[in-house]
Design a protein around this ligand. Structure first.
Ligand SMILES: [Fe+2]
Ligand SMILES: [Fe+2]
Length: 160
């Protein structure tokens, strides 16, 4: 896709808006993960959620840092997708008939979230590069790698 210099101001608006939405995404995850840790039975799964909660706090900080520099303030714009994913997770957990099935539901729900994050961060990392925000792109890349690692770990836990 070609982005011309005349489009860059508009692209920057989209970039900032999507970063604000991602901040809301990550904030919602920091609230959802402690509940998921409580519901998880498998020790490895609990640990995976626990360590990703710590990483997620770092994702929030990176977004606050980037937004502070590109927009002057770190304001969140509600991410409706994440709100829907949280609701669906709660439904799946509630409907699970036993502990193993509940863990399977938690893994499925968490992997949906990771894929959503990877797709969203992939777009903003690309836009950061187009906008010449090299440092932002590097920070966003670090987050994407941690989301990818979390996703792979969940696959290992579910198949192991
Ligand atoms: Fe994240
Ligand atoms: Fe994540």
């Amino acid at each position: 896709m070609k982005v011309f210099s005349a489009n860059l101001d508009n692209l920057r608006k989209l970039y900032i808006n999507q970063l604000q939405m991602l901040l809301s995404t990550e904030q919602q995850i920091t609230e959802a993960l402690p509940k998921m840790i409580e519901k998880a039975q498998d020790v490895q799964l609990r640990q995976a959620f626990q360590s990703h909660l710590q990483e997620t706090n770092g994702h929030v900080q990176r977004l606050e840092q980037i937004l502070g520099s590109v927009a002057g303030e770190a304001k969140a714009v509600k991410c409706k997708v994440m709100a829907a994913l949280v609701t669906e997770t709660e439904d799946m957990v509630k409907d699970a008939a036993d502990e193993n099935v509940r863990d399977a539901a938690l893994i499925a729900a968490a992997q949906r979230v990771e894929h959503y994050e990877i797709a969203s961060y992939g777009a903003v990392r690309h836009w950061a590069q187009l906008l010449g925000e090299k440092q932002d792109a590097e920070l966003l890349d670090k987050t994407i790698k941690e989301e990818g690692h979390a996703d792979h770990l969940l696959t290992e836990i579910s198949t192991g």
